[in-house]
Ligand binder design. Structure first.
Ligand code: UT7
Length: 322
């Protein structure tokens, strides 16, 4: 028997308002044709005044808890990945904790931008295996619409808001049983100026706006993601044909295609939601995961791999038997 973090529930939440490419084309010099051809994005959801990272995180957490069939009071750890916390502090995880009524357990945020959910999963997995908690709620939640420069067509068309959550339960399972099998994380701060926000509480009195050198990020993304996927497979002696589903960070359809090609993975085994949700940063992987669990594609026993790459640069992958 092996102690593993077993995935027992997923959930997600989106803002009420859907925004099409055509709607954006009325505000900035862009077109549905350009956005679809260069990114695969057709739609994104954008928070209204009463919606925010916290409200989305709470809704996603409630859905994951209901899917897991557990009581919120049994959660011992909340790790929330976000680059757009409700406030500079306290951690948005503590707002979620209070709303769920599991006050007293461990709760904190992690910031690794688009890879944040992979960092959060890895941290939660380590803490569960070390015995610090028995059950963890891991959330990726973002409200990027509030840090976008809505006059910059090179970035504002790419992102959306949303949240996804999972419940992990520490269990003693057979070697061929379910659970997280491997995690790999990386960061390379040499590239921190290729994707960043030009403000923040440590340097300015403004929140700032997202800035990105998209073409350079793209180039690094394909290389780094293919490498890190190879690493988690190698960690457990598997090859890409053993993977039932890749659940990637949803930044650009062309990145998904290029990464799958590099690994020899057929496109039909890649979960794609970028067309509906756009890039929701730390929320994109758990949102895609919940989508594929709920529509029946991901089934118990499946071998799945989560991967993401984002600002920092940061990147990572997790291999999970569901
Ligand atoms: O989540 C974190 C990770 N982020 C990513 O992975 C993003 C990675 N990068 C990308 O997805 C792509 O690089 C973008 C989608 C951001 C851009 O696509 P691209 O094919 O690399 O385009 P480009 O930046 O090379 O721009 C090509 C042209 C430019 O015009 P010129 O200079 O050739 O005349 C841009 O000004 O497209 C123009 N352009 C647009 N045109 C219409 C840029 N944005 C737009 C737009 N609408 N929204």
């Amino acid at each position: 028997m092996t102690r593993r973090s077993v995935l027992i529930g997923t959930g997600s939440a989106l803002p009420r308002r859907a925004v099409s490419n055509a709607e954006l084309a009325k505000k900035v010099d862009t077109s549905d044709e350009w956005i679809v051809e260069r990114t695969g994005i057709r739609n994104r959801y954008i928070c209204e005044a009463d919606e925010n990272t916290g409200t989305l995180a709470i809704a996603a957490a409630r859905a994951a808890i209901a899917a897991a069939g557990i009581e919120p009071s049994s959660i011992g750890l909340i790790v929330l990945a976000t680059a757009t916390p409700n406030q500079t502090f306290p951690a948005t995880a503590t707002l979620v904790q209070d709303a769920l009524g599991c006050n007293g357990c461990i709760a904190f945020d992690v910031a690794a931008v688009c890879s944040g959910f992979l960092y959060a999963v890895s941290v939660a997995d380590s803490m569960l295996k070390s015995g610090m908690a028995q059950r963890a709620l891991v959330i990726g939640a973002e409200c990027f619409s509030r840090i976008l420069d809505w006059e910059d067509r090179t970035t504002c068309v790419l992102f959306g808001d949303g949240a996804g959550a999972i419940v992990l339960d520490a269990q003693d399972v057979a070697d061929d049983g379910p659970g997280i099998l491997a995690n790999r994380l990386h960061a390379d701060g040499a590239h921190n100026q290729l994707l960043y926000v030009d403000g923040g509480p440590g340097t300015t009195s403004t929140t700032g706006h997202l800035r990105m050198k998209g073409r350079e990020v793209f180039r690094h993304a394909v290389v780094n993601l293919a490498e890190v996927l190879g690493e988690v497979l190698e960690d457990v002696g598997l090859c890409s044909s053993d993977i039932d589903w890749v659940v990637p960070h949803q930044a650009n359809q062309r990145i998904l295609d290029a990464t799958a090609r590099k690994l020899g993975l057929p496109p039909e085994r890649v979960v794609v939601t970028v067309d509906r949700h756009a890039n929701t940063s730390a929320a994109s992987v758990p949102l895609a995961l919940d989508t594929a669990v709920r529509d029946g594609r991901i089934k118990p026993g499946n071998m799945i791999v989560l991967e993401a790459m984002g600002g920092g640069f940061t990147w990572g992958a997790s291999l999970i038997r569901v």
